[in-house]
Unconditional design. Structure first.
Length: 290
């Protein structure tokens, strides 16, 4: 009799000393037996040393050589079993049921991938917390979105990955690209709200701009676009207005007056970064003949 390999959990890290120990211990404490592989991007803060003590294997990713899709494909190659789980080194499982709930969600008919609910950490800025709740929460926000997925805490079905590996060149949103393509093949991507992790960042405006610029560039390549969908009004102005209005309602209800004032600028940085990246991505896509 051939024994099934233990569930493999892949952790990607870079200078995550503040969270990596708690994350790895959280994986060890799950109700499902696991094998932990850490792909570390030449951390300099002690992350690597912590990982070596708590993980089954640590794979070095040399500085400057980190391209998400290539690392994800390498991880899938190294792991056995039909399902491979991914957890960022700054995503802390809320409880012992995180992994069991995630595996239960992905192990369904026609499911290519599943992803967890993310919740803000203590000290997360209100506007960032609001974005996380809108994106995850009870899942209603996802119903209105074109496509939602996050690799930060997720599970991938190997047999689908073998049909279409991760894009080796995308530097942003490689997870969105892969799951969108899986959906075009007829597979489902499901949300596992009972699988919960704490994961959030407080971005400076410069960091926020860089993040959304990268996502906009990737979106231009991943999805098809009509003239209306890619117009300034539809792609940038209307989303900015809707977010600011929702922010104002939330901030007024909870007495978050500084964030009510901050919202228009915060959302403008998001919108401008995303728009600029989107236009760059469209230019590159057209140049490639896509």
């Amino acid at each position: 009799m051939t024994l099934e390999p233990r569930t493999s959990v892949v952790v990607r890290s870079f200078n995550d000393r503040a969270t990596v120990e708690q994350v790895l211990l959280g994986i060890r404490g799950q109700s499902v037996s696991t094998r932990i592989l850490v792909f570390d991007n030449d951390s300099e803060d002690g992350t690597t040393e912590i990982a070596r003590k708590l993980a089954d294997e640590v794979i070095r990713v040399p500085r400057g050589n980190y391209i998400p899709g290539r690392v994800l494909n390498d991880a899938m190659d190294r792991c056995g079993g039909e399902f491979v789980v991914f957890l960022n080194a700054d995503c802390t499982p809320e409880d012992r049921a995180w992994l069991e709930e995630l595996l239960g969600a992905v192990d369904g008919d026609g499911v290519a991938a599943a992803f967890s609910r993310q919740m803000p950490r203590a000290g997360c800025e209100p506007l960032e917390s609001l974005d996380i709740e809108r994106c995850y929460g009870d899942g209603r926000g996802q119903e209105a979105a074109r496509h939602t997925f996050s690799m930060a805490s997720s599970a991938i079905r190997r047999s689908v990955w073998q049909l279409r590996p991760f894009d080796r060149d995308l530097r942003y949103s490689e997870d969105v690209d892969w799951t969108w393509r899986a959906r075009q093949l007829g597979y489902r991507v499901v949300y596992a709200p009972k699988s919960k992790v704490f994961h959030s960042h407080n971005y400076s405006l410069a960091q926020l701009y860089t993040r959304y610029r990268g996502e906009g560039r990737a979106e231009a390549r991943i999805f098809p676009w009509s003239w209306w969908q890619k117009s300034l009004m539809r792609y940038s102005v209307l989303p900015w207005g809707r977010k600011v209005l929702a922010d104002w309602k939330h901030c007024a209800r909870h007495g978050l007056w500084p964030d009510l004032v901050r919202s228009p600028l915060y959302r403008a940085v998001q919108a401008f970064g995303r728009r600029r990246g989107f236009l760059e991505g469209l230019a590159g896509t057209q140049g490639a003949g896509r």
